[in-house]
Design a protein. Structure first.
Length: 425
């Protein structure tokens, strides 16, 4: 949409407002305010702030009185690019709120009868009216499936265009010279990224400047997304293998070896820069979680821990710092084990921590109280995962335990637009 809007969802309880509001806000990447929780006055103040930042707002509440509906509409008229008012109705709602005053509407608005309209149907209907109110075309499947924007973002990340543009922006000529690429081709790429909201263009100076969204492509952004999209890094290179997905679906065979001639892990072993970028990614990805895992789990009951496939020792270091009586070892492939050894020495843990070079498909060191598989199993097939678990269980007999740590998919989308939401391909 070209401008942020305010969507007001009103109606008596048990009409399905909340059930529709959450997926609607996700679909629009909008803020969600539940007025029955925070109150009208606070809600209107928060809505003004959110609209002021350029974020759309979905407001959900009973809103039974004309005066409250008028107050909310006034917020939208003043601070939003457009306003859509929706009334939810459903069979039997009147009996569920005896004595509650509900003044009739005196202006045109969208009415949804949730007794005959499903949640997904309600969301779809509101989206169509919202895009119409905003004067924007409804996104088509062809747009969602397009590869132009995801690939343009990867090129911008690979050539570090956001960093090269700096705080003042830069012309296409200057960026092409700094990146050592074709100026005419780069200009077309930048113009496309302008339409995607990643860069803006100053027609007076001829400079391209990263937007708030585009600044996520900078090396110093805390999300670290630039390195993930860089096609010369392990993660960025691996994602390009999705172009082989049709054949993978047909045969069940991995796409990476088909594209690059060898498997992912073999590729890392042969290309040290890829291995280094992968280790950096894993360390950054797990840094915050490692501290939480170290604090929230009682590791002190284990005298010794082996972090199997533990990378550069990020998790084990956090555990040993939090629990002084624990000793540990990291087992990983030789280059990564060397990085773990350096970390332990740097952090003064080399008296309690060791790094062992090896593969978790080979026999593991024995006599540890706990064997940890952190962020490991999701990378492997079911058969390979079973082999890894069996290897741990085999040496953990006699009182030892195997601890598996993996992320769970929640399906909860963020409210603030990020490059990750438009770079998938």
């Amino acid at each position: 949409m070209t401008s942020p809007g305010l969507i007001l969802l009103s109606g008596l309880p048990a009409t399905g407002r909340s059930t529709v509001a959450v997926p609607l806000a996700r679909a629009l990447t909008a803020a969600y305010l539940r007025i029955d929780t925070i109150g009208d006055a606070v809600g209107r103040a928060v809505a003004r702030d959110q609209l002021g930042t350029g974020l759309g707002v979905v407001v959900e509440g009973v809103n039974p009185l004309k005066v409250t509906r008028d107050a909310w509409k006034a917020v939208g008229d003043r601070h939003a690019g457009w306003v859509l008012e929706v009334e939810f109705a459903g069979s039997g709602t009147g009996e569920q709120c005896p004595g509650r005053e509900h003044e009739p509407w005196d202006r045109a608005h969208l009415v949804i009868d949730t007794a005959v309209t499903s949640v997904s149907g309600s969301v779809e209907l509101i989206l169509r009216h919202a895009y119409a109110a905003a004067g924007s075309p409804m996104p088509a499947l062809s747009v969602a499936a397009g590869l132009a924007t995801p690939m343009s973002l990867r090129v911008a990340a690979t050539f570090r265009l956001a960093d090269l543009a700096g705080e003042d922006g830069a012309t296409a000529e200057a960026l092409a010279s700094a990146a050592r690429v074709s100026e005419s081709a780069l200009r077309r790429l930048l113009d496309h990224l302008v339409t995607a909201g990643v860069f803006c263009f100053d027609s007076v100076s001829g400079r391209y400047l990263p937007t708030a969204l585009g600044r996520q492509l900078r090396d110093d952004h805390p999300d670290g997304i630039r390195a993930d999209l860089d096609v010369t890094t392990a993660i960025g290179r691996a994602e390009l293998a999705f172009t082989e997905l049709p054949e993978t679906v047909v045969t069940g065979e991995p796409a990476y070896p088909r594209r690059y001639g060898r498997g992912f892990w073999a590729d890392l072993e042969k290309r040290p820069r890829l291995q280094e970028s992968f280790d950096t990614k894993m360390s950054r990805r797990f840094r915050i979680q490692a501290e939480q895992i170290a604090r929230r789990f009682d590791w002190s009951r284990f005298g010794s821990v082996i972090d199997v496939g533990g990378g550069d020792g990020t998790l084990l270091s956090a555990v040993l710092h939090a629990h002084r009586g624990v000793r540990g070892r990291v087992l990983d492939l030789p280059p990564t084990a060397g990085s773990a050894r350096e970390r332990f020495a740097r952090e003064g843990l080399d008296d309690r921590a060791e790094a062992v070079a090896g593969s978790f498909f080979d026999p593991l060191p024995s006599r540890a109280d706990a064997y940890v598989l952190s962020d490991v199993l999701h990378d492997w097939s079911d058969d390979e995962s079973r082999a890894i678990l069996r290897g741990c269980a085999r040496v953990a007999r006699g009182g030892g335990v195997v601890i598996v740590i993996e992320s769970l998919r929640t399906g909860v989308a963020g409210q603030v637009p990020t490059l990750r939401s438009i770079c998938s391909c």
